[in-house]
Design a binder for this molecule. Sequence first.
Ligand SMILES: C[S@@+](CC[C@H](N)C(=O)[O-])C[C@H]1O[C@@H](n2cnc3c(N)ncnc32)[C@H](O)[C@@H]1O
Length: 457
Amino acid sequence: METRVLALDDRTYAEFRAYVQELTGISYSDAKRYLLEGRIKRRMGEIGLTDGRSYLHFLRTDPRGKDEVESLIDQVSIHETSFFRHPRQFELLRDVLAELVAERRARGPRRLRLWSAACSSGEEAFTAAMVVHDLVPSADWRVEVFGTDISTAVLNKARAGRFARRTGTAMPEAYARYLSADPANDEVLCLAPEIHRMVSFSVVSLVDEARTRAMRDMDVILCRNVLIYFDQETKQKVLASLHQCLTPGGYLVLGPADSLHGLNSPLQRTPHSVYNFYRRAPAPPRPAAAATAPTAPTARPRPAAALPVPPALSATDTFRLKLLVNRVDLGLKNLNQELQEALVKSVDALGVISQAVDGAAQNGQCSRPVERELARVSWQITRILQWLEVGDRTGQKVEATRAYLQELSDRLFGADQEAPDLRVNTGAFDHSILPTEAEAEEHQGAMSQDDIDKLFG
Ligand SMILES: C[S@@+](CC[C@H](N)C(=O)[O-])C[C@H]1O[C@@H](n2cnc3c(N)ncnc32)[C@H](O)[C@@H]1O
């Protein structure tokens, strides 16, 4: 018989919300009450409890409640993930790692440590492992990839190394050899053994400062699509811990919806900060006298070459140009907003026309020629709607253009915290929507007369 779970009263709900935040860092706003309450009630139903207070009491005091806490954590977090999720970030990860590998080939140690913090069922950690394996397949490198999450259930899935087919839809052709269909079940994907054994998984909660900081000397940390669930204070603390976990010069990769905006962090921007690559400051070069001293693993100097050197602008120029960057940004945002509003208005107006036409056609009083005309009008409405759908792509293009603007500004002002953070949502567009670098290079920075004619003609 199905258990009838009672609604949570306001006080019990508030206690649950605080309890979940303390356990996981996840902060549910008032607007998301239905979500959290729904998940708690679902879990109560599964274990046959009907009222929230008894459930809370059980979680807090009963020794058997310890296992239940894990199930609750699993229930209240979002585990969405896939291989090569946000593919552009993995292209850049490859570039960053290639640079690191070249540097270490020249000047040891041949070691790489990567960490997928909040890895869910492992696809992100295994994707990172594929990228590294492709770069340094040889046995003389010590490569360590760690996957951690707060949820034991997802980590068990990760360890099994078997995935639903849909998680592999973004796999680039170049890595396809690392993931293949299970011969016994076409819907299941299996990892190549060399990738499977590269990653070790363990439970680490990002809000557990001591546990997090024990993850030391990382060259790259991927912490994507989890900070968005935390409030500012929690984000600030987690970022401080992650900064400590990076080796000097190491990279932190955040999710597309994350940014350091409004947070006080020593992390530096990078040429790829529009794609949320940040960096711990490289160690200062060692004084010449220390050159023969043994190298501590965390004290390796990293070349500053990856950071663009900004042109030496006067203070007045810097001020004026920053103003202009912000003006272009505002212009692009307004353009998008006005376009969206115009689209909504047009679609609404078409809806009214369409209703009137349908009403006229359905009243049965029309002659055949009039009916034919009405059918044509309907067809025209469909064509207009189809065209307006194309307009929707403009929203994506505007966001992608803002990403270019961020890069431009990083180059002008230096990729440190001086450059304005435009908070571009790189997850909102497919990066192939704009011309490729090769296409842009054809113009060598200038616009052809054809382009100008297209714009103004
Ligand atoms: C949306 S998934 C992101 C998975 C992967 N990083 C990606 O971007 O594809 C978020 C993950 O964060 C985990 N999570 C939530 N709170 C956490 C915390 N305090 N510490 C570690 N992981 C946490 C959840 O269990 C979930 O698996």
